[in-house]
Design a protein around this ligand. Structure first.
Ligand SMILES: *Cc1c(COP(=O)(O)O)cnc(C)c1O
Length: 230
């Protein structure tokens, strides 16, 4: 087995154990493999080990990889910041974008989504712990943004995404992550019909699954340490 196969199996085992401890069905949580900084051959190795959904932060880097891997049936999620001048690339190349935090960006993505492609699947990024320098809409502004995004014709609003600051331990992580779950539940109570709560990374996926995540985004635990970080 390759290292990526072994590590992918390890992550799947952690997810299964976390689902079991939380009394959740083993298939209640999906896995997004975050392949930023790793090349097309690493993605192909993960695909060979049964992984087909991949997350990327840097749009230019991703577009190149997507082109190199066009022969494989992969699903690509944009999870990094999207500036106005990059919306067309995102609309043309990705299946999902999880990092929408402004209506202007959502409107551009909808207008630029090519007609021959299915609607772009969207999550709203929430700044759940209020980090001052962070992207994400404040929790109290999330419902209004979600309602506006839900009206855009070429987008399909699927849920929320958050990236909390690293926490000391399971309890500290869970305190923040359960706030995201409550917000997700409140939006559904308001009728938004969301099915995706994207939270949990290599370090905190157990706490995220215990708190009600439906999609964890895991990079280093699958692909190894990143050689350059931005
Ligand atoms: C890099 C990244 C991840 C994966 O982080 P790891 O700690 O390597 O698992 C998940 N989500 C986002 C938004 C990221 O930028």
């Amino acid at each position: 087995m390759t290292t990526i196969q072994i590590q992918l199996q390890g992550v799947r085992a952690r997810m299964a154990a976390a689902c079991q401890s939380a009394g959740r069905a083993p298939d209640a949580v999906g896995l997004l493999a975050v392949s930023k900084t790793f090349g097309a051959e690493a993605v192909a190795a993960a695909y060979a080990a049964g992984q087909s959904a991949f997350g990327e932060n840097y749009i230019q880097e991703a577009v190149q990889k997507i082109a190199q891997l066009r022969h494989l049936p992969l699903q690509w999620h944009c999870i990094g910041p999207v500036q106005s001048n990059k919306t067309r690339l995102v609309a043309e190349h990705f299946d999902w974008v999880q990092s929408v935090d402004r209506i202007k960006i959502a409107e551009r993505l909808s207008a630029q989504r090519p007609a021959h492609l299915p609607p772009l699947q969207v999550c709203i990024q929430v700044n759940i712990d209020g980090g001052v320098t962070k992207s994400g809409v404040p929790p109290e502004a999330t419902l209004a943004l979600a309602q506006a995004v839900a009206t855009l014709p070429r987008l399909r609003l699927r849920g929320l995404m958050c990236i909390p600051e690293p926490a000391a331990d399971f309890v500290a992580s869970s305190a923040v992550l359960t706030r995201a779950r409550s917000l997700f539940d409140a939006l559904n109570a308001a009728g938004l019909g969301l099915d995706t709560l994207s939270m949990g990374m290599s370090a905190d996926l157990e706490a995220a699954i215990a708190s009600g995540s439906t999609l964890v985004r895991v990079g280093s635990a699958i692909f190894g340490a990143r050689q350059y970080a931005v």
